[in-house]
Design a protein around this ligand. Sequence first.
Ligand SMILES: CC(C)=CCC/C(C)=C/CC/C(C)=C/C=C/C(C)=C/C=C/C=C(C)/C=C/C=C(C)/C=C/C=C(C)/C=C/CC(C)(C)O
Ligand SMILES: C[S@@+](CC[C@H](N)C(=O)[O-])C[C@H]1O[C@@H](n2cnc3c(N)ncnc32)[C@H](O)[C@@H]1O
Length: 413
Amino acid sequence: MRDGNQGTGKADGAPAPVGDAAPERAFGAAPGVAGRGVRLRAWLWRLRDRLVASRTFRNAAASFPLTRPMARRNARALFDLCAGFVYSQVLATCVRLDVFALLAERPRTAAEIGALTGLPESGADRLLAAAVSLRLVDRRPGGRYGLGVLGAAVHGDPGIRAMIAHHHLLYDDLADPVPLLKGEAGQTRLGAYWAYAGRAAGDADVPGAAIGADAVDAYSALMAASQAMVVDEVVAAYPFRRHRHLLDVGGGDARFVAGVSAVAPALRLTVFDLPAVAERAQAALDRAGLARRADAVGGDFTVDALPAGADLISLVRIVHDHDEPVVRALLSRAHDALASGGTLLIAEPMAETPGAEPVGDAYFGFYLLAMGSGRPRSRAHLTRLLEAAGFTDVREHSTRQPMIVRVLSARKQ
Ligand SMILES: CC(C)=CCC/C(C)=C/CC/C(C)=C/C=C/C(C)=C/C=C/C=C(C)/C=C/C=C(C)/C=C/C=C(C)/C=C/CC(C)(C)O
Ligand SMILES: C[S@@+](CC[C@H](N)C(=O)[O-])C[C@H]1O[C@@H](n2cnc3c(N)ncnc32)[C@H](O)[C@@H]1O
């Protein structure tokens, strides 16, 4: 089901990617001059690579006072790449053993943490020392430990904790990434967890209606727990009040529409999701007292039409889950379903996000690889897909935490 054209934007006769011009023209210079510029840059890169690869050069840079800070920064950056998995395991262990909750109650010694978590004091001491170095935990007077600034943020956010807690599936799948990259890994643990994605990677003929409650419960609870950090960003970025009817496609447990309902009291709300998830959404809407203005509709957006007539359709953490052909068909269905003059919103983490490049391209790139479907896409890539589906006027609405979510809107004429 994976297409071989991901990221090129050239699949299925799509328009050429933005910025696909020859380098000469991109620089607006005469071809000969620009050609010399390209060759000069290639030579400079080769020189840089040769120098940095040379141990003698690295030693000299570390000795010379003006280049020493840069040498240390780069050495540390490379060390952190080697050690990243270890840091992740320190964090995951603190969450698994509830260390942050214990330290939030009151500062405690390593012996107390050991007794409360079932670790020997030496193990607790080692874990706490590692957590201190990572700013998850702070040393306090009297040989005690309290929350560190990062540990406090984890403790205060059940969504972050739920994300961390399910990462063992990802770590298992990434134990050997080469078969994943070759497309030869077969069923993965994340593919099984995200039942709709496992279906894409494996048996594409399983209809959405055949995905039962058991298969959606765990991922729907994870999405509900982590939705708060997303909806807060999206409602701060986009004016929902100007619309009359929002259709949230792939809306999960209705947490997103519930969050929007608070800032746009007159908005009608519909959630569309797989039948087993739509049942959860309807129950959540009933519990939240939203049933008079909101409903949930079950269906499979890879085969079914979307409910028609909304003037705003949102795709929140949806598009990046799917490969190019599914996304093209989904955007086209959204275009058909929208009222004339309506708006489509895409809200998700994106590739090439300035200042958060590894979050999109490394973390979500490999997460979705392990999941078996989808990829993070850049704003330019999404813009091309939206325009190919007939949308115009694609705009970005800045969010406070673009690492978590970015928001694009597009209009149907
Ligand atoms: C007050 C005094 C005296 C000093 C304070 C000093 C100071 C200013 C400190 C700063 C404190 C502060 C404001 C901290 C803020 C921390 C924040 C906002 C932290 C936020 C962290 C967010 C994290 C770690 C988010 C992680 C999200 C993850 C891992 C998401 C994963 C998403 C997945 C897997 C999605 C899956 C869905 C799918 C399948 C891709 O569709
Ligand atoms: C990553 S979750 C996002 C949920 C929610 N939008 C959020 O951000 O919390 C993806 C959602 O898309 C739904 N979904 C996946 N494939 C679908 C399909 N073919 N038809 C309808 N919904 C689908 C899933 O059931 C799930 O609720």
